[in-house]
Design a protein. Structure first.
Length: 255
């Protein structure tokens, strides 16, 4: 999912399945300024020093092993099998399962980060995307279904990597999706209207926030029953079989 720098300080509360301890918040974490829930693991930014801590599945692929030299970070994004962070030292760092080169940051991205040109990062199931200051997107990692194939000249203001899919909101408030979610029967409907934000696409469904603040979803309707009763929202986050939103009234609503 796309993760931007958080500005509020608060305590972390998690809910849902805890089969792999992804809800078991370590007592030492304390206040946080950012959080990202991935596949069977969760990562947070600690308020005191902006370091990263991850917890969840006790796997051997390293997704919980935050590099010791990463330093303070601006944002963190947890994917299906890996996590990436944009550091305050102007680097992009990724760790976890290295399959498909999802954790190997391309050289041009490292150069862009060093120049302060990486403004947001989004880790998907098996790939990662960044949004650059010139409003273009760059993705790397797994490309099973064409999830890396966003046009290089596309001008983007919002970016979300998901399950073998990537979606972007353009400067003209249109939605462009590539990968599994763009295939026949899964792509976004033509009547979405102007789009402000897009969620991290799942295999069979996705949601957006319209320019008027209303959430809209498409695909397998089992996973977004109740979207019509939410009202206006400021942001949303996609889960595998559910969606959570922060309403403009400051309430957390999930469906």
């Amino acid at each position: 999912m796309l993760t931007r720098t958080a500005v509020a300080i608060g305590r972390l509360a998690c809910f849902g399945s805890n089969a792999d301890n992804q809800l078991s918040v370590p007592s030492a974490i304390g206040d946080i300024v950012g959080v990202s829930a991935g596949g069977w693991h969760t990562c947070v930014i600690i308020a005191t020093n902006r370091s990263v801590a991850c917890f969840g599945i006790a796997s051997s692929d390293g997704r919980l092993r935050v590099p010791t030299d990463i330093g303070p970070v601006l944002s963190v994004s947890s994917g299906g099998w890996h996590t990436c962070a944009l550091t305050m030292a102007r680097t992009v760092r990724c760790w976890g399962n290295p399959a498909n080169d999802r954790t190997r940051v391309p050289g041009d991205i490292s150069l862009a980060a060093a120049a302060g040109q990486v403004v947001a990062i989004s880790a998907g199931q098996s790939h990662t995307c960044v949004l650059l200051a010139n409003q273009t997107a760059r993705c790397w990692g797994g490309n099973t279904d064409g999830e890396l194939s966003l046009p290089p000249t596309l001008r983007v203001v919002w970016l979300a990597a998901g399950d073998r899919s990537t979606c972007a909101v353009t400067v003209n408030q249109t939605l462009v999706c590539v990968g599994l979610i763009s295939q026949a029967g899964r792509g976004p409907p033509p009547d979405l209207g102007p789009v402000a934000q897009v969620g991290a696409p799942k295999a069979a469904h996705n949601c957006i926030v319209s320019s008027t603040g209303l959430p809209k979803c498409w695909g397998d309707s089992r996973y977004y029953t109740g979207v019509g009763s939410i009202g206006t929202v400021s942001t949303l986050a996609m889960g595998g079989e559910h969606v959570c939103t922060l309403t403009t009234a400051g309430q957390l609503r999930c469906f």
